[in-house]
Design a protein around this ligand. Sequence first.
Ligand SMILES: Cc1ncc(COP(=O)(O)O)c(C=O)c1O
Length: 261
Amino acid sequence: MMDIACIDGVLVPLAEARISVTDDGLLRGDGVFEVLRLYDGVALAVEQHLQRMAQSAASLRLDLDIAAIARDIESLLATAEPGDALVRVVATRGGRRIVLTEPLPALAESITLGYVTFAPVRVLDGVKSLSYAANMQATRLARERGFDEALLVTPHGRVLELPTASFFWVADGQARTPPLSDHILDSITRGIAMGAADATEVSATPADLERADEAFVVSSVWELMPVSRIEERELAVGGSVTTAIAGKVRARIEAQLSRGG
Ligand SMILES: Cc1ncc(COP(=O)(O)O)c(C=O)c1O
């Protein structure tokens, strides 16, 4: 199942999948992408991912046939054996549509976070673009300091998100998360978790997080992952608020999957 790709609607063995080296998707990171989670062969929230991809493309003035992308995903998944995996969908400035399945990475029980200063690129606000070198760099910088992942914080001290996940913290029994107006991605899993957690959207500084009792991160790939430490501050991993929210997120995902994803 992992070794087939769909390029411009044509299924090819992954090892033979090719795009041109002159594509600005490669040369300049100019394009858009999505990563969906496959649960036992069923992709979660396909419509929402397609909608976000269409919005990202429109924002980048990239012509994108979103119906063709939907068909590509369907034809690739028709070749897939049931299993838990990821589906990566890419559209490049050169006009290529790429759909791949990838194995699900090994998931830890919890993660540690270290702050990395990060200024979101304003002209890419809300766009899931291929220009992710800064996000990948932030993760490397956090790992160099001994943390699992980066917690991005602006030069003015606003806590944002992770390089590929959204961030929540719990104080006084209430889950909170930064607002989209802080220039974070409109994460699909963040939407699920906000509903499940009845979370409040509020900007935060690292000083505010000194009062956090629990924290967790969410993404399509990770679902919900507890945070065990932010810099030097230890957090309760099996905390009651996070545990309750994790259960509700799981239930919402299962309900959505039982409706066909
Ligand atoms: C910057 C950023 N934030 C959050 C997320 C989580 O988004 P979603 O829940 O839609 O997977 C991602 C996903 O890759 C991301 O790249």
